[in-house]
Design a protein around this ligand. Structure first.
Ligand SMILES: [Zn+2]
Length: 86
């Protein structure tokens, strides 16, 4: 539990990812296999996430969430980010 250090929360967000680093990040977060099994869904629209449509990753309350490449989802993601940065 990381109860103290509220400021670190916004740092949990992972920036928009580059394809090159994608696999490494996904493996590090232990979700690469889940994605290959179509077990990961977009946080916003609940579409199945795959290596083609994955756009951004963020961690909230210790849980990993993925954003797909839909414009709508990405703008929602940016809104979430702004809220957290407040
Ligand atoms: Zn989506």
């Amino acid at each position: 539990m990381e109860s103290d250090g509220a400021k670190s929360e916004s740092k949990e967000y992972v920036d928009v990812i580059h394809e090159k680093d994608l696999k490494d990040i996904l493996i590090k977060l232990e979700i690469f296999e889940s994605i290959q099994k179509n077990e990961v869904f977009c946080y916003i629209c609940k579409n199945v996430i795959n290596l083609e449509n994955i756009c951004a990753i963020f961690v909230k309350n210790g849980e990993i969430h993925i954003i797909c490449g839909e414009n709508h989802c990405y703008s929602e993601f940016l809104k979430l980010k702004e809220d957290e940065d407040d």
